[in-house]
Write a protein that binds this ligand. Structure first.
Ligand code: PHE
Length: 349
């Protein structure tokens, strides 16, 4: 039996020498030391020998087993080292090749512009509130003093969900909701999407973005509103930009005005300079002014309906046409590209 053992040991050592790759070594280990390996079989056979032989032979088999194990480990380390050395020579990596990046999207110009406006209002102490896209007819119209026969309530102008709910046609219902739940002083802006039944053309889409502003406190006057409009317009269009107010009508403000700004395409097109309007300017048609939004002093009846005493408090509101201002700022002539999700267009901003 001892002879057999020595023979096995020699056989194992010499076949170990001829192994050249790691995968072969793993197989070899299983064949020799695994459950069905020669050595394991021998070890089992030792169990059936008489006790005095068993002890000595068992010890010998275990010694040989340990020796083979350490030979295999040494061989493994040597094979790994030479495999690494070889791969360092044959596998070269070109670190100058461009990496693989997955294309990232970009923020929509309207979102970017909204965020810029929000920064201004936050710095002026305003809170930001957002309403829901579906409003009650009461908040969208009645509470805003808009009578039943007003054209904006017509089914041809407004998307009705049912008899008492509409897709909000402006952000003004949030004036009412804010006043219902908060006592003055109030300073909020309401950025958001609104919907109207408009045919799509260069300047109309059935959805667009507005930003409502509402300020209510003791002693607020039209002069405060005017000052705020100047601040907003200069922040967005530069220090030279001028504001012009034209008398207008909204059921929920009194007095009401339309806000025009000096034409950004011709009059203030050169920073630091005010130029005369160009007769052939496609933006202002030679008038020098561009209409941007509506505003006014909050109507006493709207204050009363929302639970605020008009003899104690007054305030102003404005509704910025965000989409229109974005177009003005970037010189985008039509509204269509805003809704087409064309990355080529969106990437430019
Ligand atoms: N809600 C009005 C509109 O959509 C704009 C507006 C807001 C006017 C606030 C006055 C005060 O046309």
């Amino acid at each position: 039996m001892l002879d057999k053992l020595t023979a096995i040991q020699q056989k194992i050592s010499s076949s170990l020498d001829s192994i050249k790759i790691l995968a072969e070594l793993a197989n070899f280990r299983v064949q020799t030391l695994g459950r069905k390996g020669e050595l394991t079989r021998l070890l089992k056979a030792v169990g059936s020998l008489p006790p005095e032989e068993r002890k000595e032979l068992g010890k010998k088999v275990n010694e040989i087993r340990d020796q083979i194990l350490s030979e295999i480990e040494n061989k493994k380390a040597a094979l790994e080292a030479s495999a690494l050395a070889e791969s360092l020579i044959t596998e070269t990596i070109d670190v100058t090749l461009p990496g693989k990046t997955s294309p990232a999207g970009s923020l929509h110009p309207v979102t970017q512009f909204m965020w810029r406006l929000e920064e201004l209002f936050i710095s002026l102490g305003f809170d930001i509130v957002e309403g829901s896209l579906i409003e009650t007819v009461y908040h969208n119209f009645d509470a805003l003093n808009t009578p039943h026969n007003h054209p904006s309530r017509d089914e041809g102008d407004t998307f009705y969900i049912d008899e008492t709910h509409v897709l909000r046609t402006h952000t003004s219902p949030m004036q009412v909701r804010t006043m219902e739940r908060q006592k003055p002083p109030i300073r909020v802006i309401v950025p958001g999407m609104v919907s109207r039944r408009d045919e799509i053309d260069a300047t109309h889409t059935p959805v667009f973005h507005q930003m409502e502003g509402l300020v209510i406190d003791r002693g607020i006057t039209f002069a405060d509103l005017r000052g705020m409009l100047d601040t907003i317009v200069r922040y967005v269009f530069g220090q030279e930009a001028k504001v012009r107010l034209r008398p207008s009508h909204f059921p929920f403000t009194e007095p009401s005005a339309e806000v025009d700004i000096s034409c950004y395409a011709c009059v203030t097109s050169k920073p630091g300079k005010l130029l005369p309007p160009k007769d052939d300017c496609s933006v202002c048609k030679g008038s020098g002014w561009v209409e941007l939004w509506g505003c006014g002093m909050v109507h006493p009846e709207v204050l009363r309906k929302s639970g605020i005493d008009p003899s104690e408090y007054s305030g102003y509101a404005f509704g910025l046409g965000v989409t229109r201002m974005t177009s003005a700022l970037y010189g985008i002539p039509t509204l269509k590209p805003y809704f087409e999700n064309d990355v080529q267009f969106l990437k430019q901003f």
